[in-house]
Design a protein around this ligand. Structure first.
Ligand code: FES
Length: 370
């Protein structure tokens, strides 16, 4: 904006001027010519009421969809249910429902704003020459005054229906933005204390002490002779639903007998001969790590290219992951099949706040070893 050809009111004069006078002075100072200006419908006329109701309807819809999103986010069943089991349909609908309600709320709010500009605010055609440089204090005040003047002339302050529905829509959209963050705080992840899901995987021995077998995806138990030297196989815990558990997939390696593998502190004896088992869940954000290059001993996570070195105890050597892949202690059972000697000794997958800090009540924390 520029004001080189028109008198700019001083501060005292500005303070005395009404918003309408400031708006007019600002337009004149900015060389703005109003070509066309007029309300869409006469205030209070049936057409005006119709316009108001149609705008309010969109804001109302936005508000209701935003509230529905909040309700679905918190109370709709979202725990994983495998295919063909009871409740699978409700689980499968969780993401579509929160996506549709959130998207619908934003869409309706946007339509409401466009409708308000088209049906409530006066139609205005103005022409202004382009200026360069920073706006003056007068320019800034007069612009704000023009906005307020437009709002006044559209009678927004008197339109309770639009104000109410707009407040509802704005509040609900604020809720939509805040609830994914706050929602995560509603459920206590440590309610089961030492047995809380973040500490325990399906590899933990059963209550009667039975150790869990390493199985192929079809449930076939794995024996040492099933793997050739230098190969790798993905295995799962031999318990119902073991192949579906998000923290259970494990890579079982058989290295050549002359290969030297770095053993991490406190994890001596976790391997069985030339066989080593490591979590397949990337410690970055949890993708399955599985591209194994035998010659270098590197395994690659395809999501963000983290690389872990098997020969270095699965420490990360490239990419965003910062923690090694946890090692699963393995041994053979009486029938010669691989079993997990115990659960992982550290948390599997991506890091979380308490990882490495541990709640005070947990007397035997799983500690990351170096
Ligand atoms: S999840 Fe593996 S690198 Fe990001």
């Amino acid at each position: 904006m520029s004001t080189d050809q028109h008198a700019v009111p001083g501060e005292a004069e500005l303070a005395r001027m009404s918003p309408e006078e400031k708006a007019a002075a600002g337009m004149a100072a900015d060389h703005v010519e109003l070509e066309e200006y007029g309300p869409v419908a006469v205030h209070g006329s049936p057409a005006d009421k119709r316009n108001e109701r149609s705008v309010a309807m969109w804001f109302l819809l936005a508000g209701l969809l935003g509230l529905l999103f909040a309700v679905a986010f918190i109370w709709w069943p979202h725990e994983y249910v495998p295919a063909y089991e009871e409740g699978q349909l409700a689980y499968a609908l969780y993401t579509p429902i929160i996506g549709a309600t959130m998207g619908g709320a934003i869409l309706c709010f946007g339509i409401g704003v466009v409708q308000m500009a088209r049906k409530i605010f006066a139609h205005e055609v103005a022409i202004q020459q382009r200026h360069i440089g920073m706006s003056t204090e007068f320019d800034r005040q007069s612009l704000a005054a023009q906005v307020m003047d437009t709002v006044d002339k559209a009678g927004l302050k008197r339109r309770g229906m639009i104000k109410g529905s707009l407040a509802l829509a704005g509040g609900a959209l604020g809720l939509v933005a805040a609830i994914p963050i706050l929602g995560a705080l509603i459920k206590n992840p440590w309610a089961e204390r030492a047995d809380s899901p973040l500490w325990v995987t399906p590899w933990a021995p059963l209550a009667d002490g039975t150790k869990i077998r390493l199985t192929q995806i079809d449930g076939t138990p794995v024996r040492p002779e099933d793997l050739a030297a230098g190969s790798m196989a993905t295995v799962f815990p031999g318990v119902p639903g073991g192949s579906k558990a998000s923290d259970a997939a494990v890579m079982l390696f058989r290295v050549r007998s002359d290969t030297v593998i770095r053993i991490r502190d406190g994890q001596q004896g976790f391997q069985f001969g030339d066989y080593y088992a490591y979590s397949k869940i990337c410690t970055h954000v949890g993708c399955p790590v599985s591209l194994y290059e035998q010659q270098t001993g590197r395994v690659l996570c395809p999501c963000h290219q983290s690389q872990f070195n098997l020969y270095e105890g699965m420490f990360p050597v490239f990419g965003p992951a910062t923690r090694p892949l946890p090692q699963l202690p393995i041994e053979l059972d009486d029938e010669g099949y691989f079993v997990a000697a115990r659960d992982f000794v550290e948390a599997v997958g991506p890091g979380f706040w308490e990882n490495g800090k541990f709640p005070a009540w947990y007397s035997e924390p799983k500690e990351a070893t170096g």
